[in-house]
Write a protein of this length. Structure first.
Length: 308
């Protein structure tokens, strides 16, 4: 990174088997060789902190999975404070967070006075809400922020995952694939890149992104809240989302059985997920009354978003 740059948190996300960890390790190695001695790279890996067996158990227990991720964020916050030499204690009642904190401390060290941190987070993070929690952590810690989507077709990710010593259960990956939310054009996602882990240019693309985030400087909380439209009842919004996911799943299944190439299937899947987000955004913004909401034709809206 440039001598003028600051500390950065880089989020790597994608399906299990997409190549995130391989890319993160390449970035870590490149950073230790290329950047000036002021840059100290360190990795927060979800798979290293949460065992595969525990992840499999959480796949059937959303509440347990949410609690685990909250504890990881708490441990990461405390670890960042420790690395930077400030006091931040994890509640002693949180045994999981304390264990995670000790693991992070065991493979890192506090920064020297002239150093800045390059934090590489390696996780699936298939919901945007999961990724936004890391953005908030970076903002609260006055770090720069950027994110990297490591793209990979679902079947290819499943094939790669199967060759692991401790693979993630295939049904869990398929669930993540059906629920995966792509980045959108919002301010907090401004510095986002999509790469394929095996492509030669991926390394340079990510390093350039990290440089931009470093030079942009630490994130600051907004000076005033941005007005938002009056929200729809959560139950109605939830029903729309579930119906759209079911429609998209059927479309994807039709594409897979139509004889299209793997590249065409992957492209169609991405277009369908983007169209689903467009439809949801449109429904959230329109002040429907209950009787109007019942007349929504999700098939028509999805086809319009696809341009069909």
């Amino acid at each position: 990174m440039s001598p003028e740059g600051g500390s950065v948190l880089v989020l790597f996300f994608g399906l299990p088997g997409s190549g995130k960890t391989t890319l993160v390790n390449r970035i870590f190695e490149a950073c230790t060789k290329r950047f000036d001695s002021r840059s100290y790279p360190c990795i927060i890996s979800y798979d290293s902190l949460v065992s595969t067996s525990r992840q499999a158990e959480m796949a059937h227990n959303p509440g347990m999975a949410k609690e685990c991720r909250q504890q990881l964020l708490l441990a990461a916050q405390a670890w960042l404070a420790w690395v930077r030499g400030t006091d931040m204690a994890v509640p002693t009642s949180s045994e999981l967070a304390c264990t995670m904190l000790k693991q992070l401390q065991s493979c890192s060290r506090p920064l020297r006075p002239d150093e800045r941190a390059l934090v590489l987070v390696d996780d699936n993070l298939y919901y945007r809400s999961m990724r936004k929690e890391w953005f908030k952590l970076a903002r609260n810690a006055s770090l720069g922020f950027c994110q990297v989507l490591v793209a990979c077709p679902l079947e290819e990710a499943i094939r790669r995952n199967a060759s692991r010593e401790l693979p993630v259960p295939e049904p869990s990956i398929r669930v993540m694939g059906s629920r995966f939310e792509l980045p959108r054009e919002e301010p907090w996602e401004e510095l986002t890149r999509t790469v394929a882990a095996g492509e030669p240019e991926s390394l340079e693309c990510v390093l350039a992104l990290v440089e931009r985030a470093s030079l942009k400087g630490p994130l600051c909380p907004p000076e005033s809240p941005v007005p938002v439209p009056k929200p729809l009842p959560p139950s109605r919004r939830h029903c729309w989302d579930l119906e759209l996911r079911a429609i998209v799943s059927r479309f994807i299944q039709q594409v897979r059985t139509s004889g299209c190439s793997q590249a065409q299937v992957a492209d169609r899947c991405i277009r369908l997920q983007k169209a689903r987000q467009v439809v949801l955004d449109r429904l959230r913004k329109i002040p429907y009354e209950e009787e109007d909401a019942a007349k929504v034709d999700l098939h028509v809206l999805l086809n319009e978003a696809l341009g069909e």
